[in-house]
Design a protein around this ligand. Structure first.
Ligand SMILES: CC(C)(COP(=O)(O)OP(=O)(O)OC[C@H]1O[C@@H](n2cnc3c(N)ncnc32)[C@H](O)[C@@H]1OP(=O)(O)O)[C@@H](O)C(=O)NCCC(=O)NCCS
Length: 172
C-alpha cells in the first residue's frame, strides 16, 4: 500500500491498453464480443485506479457501458482510462474505447464505460484514497458528471430500498 497520500493529478494515473482483435475475440460474423471489450475496460480501469491510489483495487460496479459501433476482427482496440472523481475509498474511472484500422489509420469511437473501483487493503477492507487534482476544463467537467452519476446511483438505491421496506420485502 502507498505511503504517499498527497493529492494526485488526473494525468498521473491515465492509462491505455491496446490489443489486436483476433478470431478468438469475435463471433462467426467477425464482430468482437461485447464481453471482450468489457474485460479490457475493466483491466485498464483497474490500472488507472491502482496508479491513483497506490493500492490494490476491486471493481465495485460498472455504471454504464455503451456500444455505439461494432468492432471487427483485425482492428486495434484502444482503451483509454482516467480517474474522473474520487470519494472516500471509491473512484469513478471513465474509459473511452476506440477501434483503429492500422492500415488506413482510421479511428472510430466505439464504446464508453464508467466503472467504480474501490481501494482495498490486504484483507479486502476499503481504504481511503488520495484526492484528485483536475488540471484541465475537460477533467473538471468529467468530475462534475461523475458526481451526477454517483448522486443518481445513490438516489436510485435509496428509492429501491425504501420501496422494498415499505412493501415488507427483504432487501437484497
Ligand atoms: C466493493 C467492496 C470492497 C465494498 O465493500 P463494503 O463493505 O460495501 O464497503 P463500504 O460500504 O464501506 O463501501 C466502500 C465504498 O464502496 C462503494 N461501493 C460499494 N458498493 C458499491 C457499488 N455496488 N457500486 C458503487 N460503489 C460501491 C461505497 O460507495 C463506498 O465508497 P466511498 O467510501 O468512496 O463512499 C465489496 O463489496 C467487495 O469486495 N465487493 C466484491 C468486489 C469484487 O470482487 N469485484 C470483482 C473482482 S475485482
Amino acid at each position: 500500500m502507498t505511503q504517499d497520500r498527497e493529492p494526485r493529478p488526473v494525468s498521473r494515473s491515465s492509462s491505455e491498453l491496446i490489443r489486436w482483435m483476433s478470431l478468438q475475440d469475435a463471433n462467426s460474423a467477425g464482430f468482437v464480443h461485447g464481453g471482450v471489450v468489457m474485460r479490457m475496460c475493466d483491466e485498464v480501469a483497474g490500472i488507472a485506479a491502482i496508479r491513483h491510489s497506490g493500492c490494490r483495487v476491486v471493481t465495485a460496479g460498472m455504471d454504464r457501458m455503451t456500444f455505439t459501433e461494432p468492432v471487427h476482427v483485425g482492428e486495434l482496440l484502444r482503451c483509454r482510462a482516467c480517474v474522473n472523481a474520487v470519494w472516500r475509498t471509491s473512484m469513478e474511472v471513465g474509459v473511452r474505447v476506440e477501434a483503429e484500422n492500422a492500415v488506413t489509420a482510421q479511428v472510430r469511437h466505439t464504446s464508453t464505460a464508467y466503472l467504480t473501483m474501490v481501494a482495498v487493503d490486504e484483507k479486502g477492507e476499503p481504504v481511503e484514497v488520495p484526492r484528485l487534482i483536475p488540471e484541465t476544463p475537460d477533467e473538471e467537467r468529467r468530475g462534475r458528471e461523475a458526481e451526477t452519476r454517483r448522486r443518481n446511483r445513490l438516489a436510485e438505491r435509496e428509492e429501491i430500498l425504501g420501496a422494498r421496506q415499505a412493501s415488507g420485502e427483504i432487501a437484497g
